[in-house]
Each structure stands twice: as C-alpha cells, then as structure tokens.
Design a protein around this ligand. Sequence first.
Ligand SMILES: NC(=O)c1ccc[n+]([C@@H]2O[C@H](COP(=O)([O-])OP(=O)(O)OC[C@H]3O[C@@H](n4cnc5c(N)ncnc54)[C@H](OP(=O)(O)O)[C@@H]3O)[C@@H](O)[C@H]2O)c1
Length: 259
Amino acid sequence: MVHSFKMHKKIAIVTGASSGLGVEFAKQIDKKKILDEIWLVARREQNLKEVARQLKKSKGIILKTDLTKKQDIQKLIKKLEKEKPNLRLLVNNAGFGKKGYFQKILLKTQQEMIELNVKALVTLTYEGIKYMTKGSEIIQVASTAGFAPLPGFNVYSATKAFVLNFANALNEELKSKGIHTIAVCPGPVKTEFTKRSEGKSIIPKEATAKKVVAKALKDLKKKRWTSIYSFRIKILAMIMKLLPRKWIVEMSNIKNKGL
Ligand SMILES: NC(=O)c1ccc[n+]([C@@H]2O[C@H](COP(=O)([O-])OP(=O)(O)OC[C@H]3O[C@@H](n4cnc5c(N)ncnc54)[C@H](OP(=O)(O)O)[C@@H]3O)[C@@H](O)[C@H]2O)c1
C-alpha cells in the first residue's frame, strides 16, 4: 500500500535503544535530524525512559517491546498502521550474540538470536518501508563477525552475515525509491554486549559506542554501503575477505577452542 505522507509526523525508530549503541543512535539522531518523534524500542522500560529524558529536539516515544515475541512486534506494526508516520530513519540495532560451540548453547538461545538478529530485523524493515518516502534511510547493525564463519560464535556470525548481505542487496533494490540502506559492521564496542555473550572479544581493544555511532551516521550521510569504525577493523575486514575461508575458520577456532 502507498501512503501520502505530506502532513504526517516525521519519525525515526531505534531498536535496542535501552543500552549501548542504541542509546547513542537515539541521542545522536536527536542532535542531527529534525524529527517529531524517535520511537525507542527495547524490553527495559526504565532505561528507555532515561533515554527519552535525554532527547532535546525530538520527543522520545517509549515502546516496551520484546522483539522475539510475535505479539509485541504486531503491536508495533499496529501503531505504524494507526499513526501512518513518515518514517525517515529506521535503525535495526537490537541484537545479541552468545559465545560457545553450537552443541553447548541451548537451542532456545540460538533460536532467540535468529528471531532477534534476523527475523525481527526483516519484519521491521518490510513493514517500515511502507512508511518511507524519498530520502528515508535504513541502518542495519551487522558486525565484523558477519564477514566470516566463526567457530565458537557460529550462529551469531551467521545471523550477522545475513544482515550484511540483506542490507547491501536491499540498498540496491531501494535505489529507485531514493531510500538508502547502510550496514554497520562494528568490531568490539564497550557495551553490555560482551556480558550477554559471556565471552571475551577475539580482538581485545574496544571502541566506544559514541565513536562507532558518529562514524555510522557520517557514513550514512555520505551514502556509503557499509560503515566500519577504525582502521584496524577495516584491515581485519579486508583480510577476512581475501583469505581462504578454511584458513579463517581454522584461525578463529584456535582462539575459541573448547568454548
Ligand atoms: N558491542 C559489540 O562489541 C558489538 C560488535 C558488533 C556488533 N554489535 C551489534 O550491535 C548491536 C547493539 O549491541 P550493543 O553492543 O549495543 O549491545 P547491548 O548494550 O547489549 O544492547 C543490545 C540492545 O538490544 C536490545 N535487545 C536485546 N534483546 C532484545 C529483545 N528480545 N527485544 C528487544 N530488544 C532487545 C537490548 O535491550 P533490552 O535488553 O532492554 O531489551 C539492548 O538495547 C547488536 O546488534 C550487536 O550484535 C555489537
């Protein structure tokens, strides 16, 4: 369905806005863009309230949502249908990764990773595009882990490879509509991510969420396809693309052996 949006409020949606990169996305988008509302999506309502309080230009709308739950996603879609906003920017940032060998992680946890990192992201993109017009933008948060298969971080790296490929292909598909999609591929960032993944980063030096998000928004403005923060991670990404997959898999297995 095509909507006419001229009179409708301008919004951004940020998923995973209760911590880490998502908080920074909400705050920096608020500074950079002229929007009526930023819809803040995550499970921890209290954290979202705190983020909303910090927004200066746009109104923060708190949407307590578990993106692995069908009924919660449906509520979000219903809100879009009811309010028919002009969606200027969709940031699919919510995600988590669990370290460990495939057979050692509960199946339920692996399925949750797929539900959140892939299924929810695809659903929100599909539904969100209906409310976009020329100049709207999509940020899909992938990861450097998406550049190669990673033993010990198997399902997570596979979900992020999906996000990366999906984002790059979508960007081409949406060109004629004037909608730009960027894949953000951070290396390790100081957030709550590591706590939830229960592992150490393969690359120990961590960047700050503030810098990674600032670079992502800069790259988005330049209409880049992919945003990678830091020279070191860029080199690593290049190596991962050039080396035979067998070598990368074996090397990362040395690091994660027995997890
Ligand atoms: N930190 C890194 O080193 C790193 C590196 C590469 C890529 N990334 C990616 O960056 C993105 C953001 O992660 P982060 O580093 O900022 O980690 P984080 O601090 O753990 O933030 C994750 C966000 O996702 C939300 N979330 C988790 N499960 C959810 C669910 N079921 N429903 C709705 N929201 C949910 C969390 O909110 P609630 O818990 O309140 O629901 C939180 O806001 C993720 O996609 C991650 O894969 C991170």
